[in-house]
Design a protein around this ligand. Sequence first.
Ligand SMILES: [Zn+2]
Length: 140
Amino acid sequence: MPTSKKAAPAVVLPVLDGEDPWTAEEVEEQRAELQEELERVERRIAATEAELESLLKGGTDGAGRDPADVGSSNFERDQEVSLAANVKEMAEQLHLAISRFDDGGYGLCEVCGQPIGKGRLQVFPRATLCVTCKQREERR
Ligand SMILES: [Zn+2]
């Protein structure tokens, strides 16, 4: 079956009441944005892991170092560890968003099933919660 023909995107993304429907171009841009963000995040994961590895190695020959240096490198390492966890979570969200984009369900809140909203998705392409559910989650 020939797949070379570029079909118009069949993806219909939900909008909130009062928002303009997504145009085919906007849908395509949104998909491209997710893909680009995933690539950026994956590069950051690679960079963070390399950095973390060198910090961990540096930590083993701490003898003779100024205690203040050791303290700051521990702090730096902790920062890197939490940064690494954050970017990995971001990558997971992006993978999820892309698979939902392709399989359907992108743009609907994971919790309540209501549209997340076009405006919000254009600012946060990987958003999986509507504003209401997001705020509820943050208050937990
Ligand atoms: Zn919701």
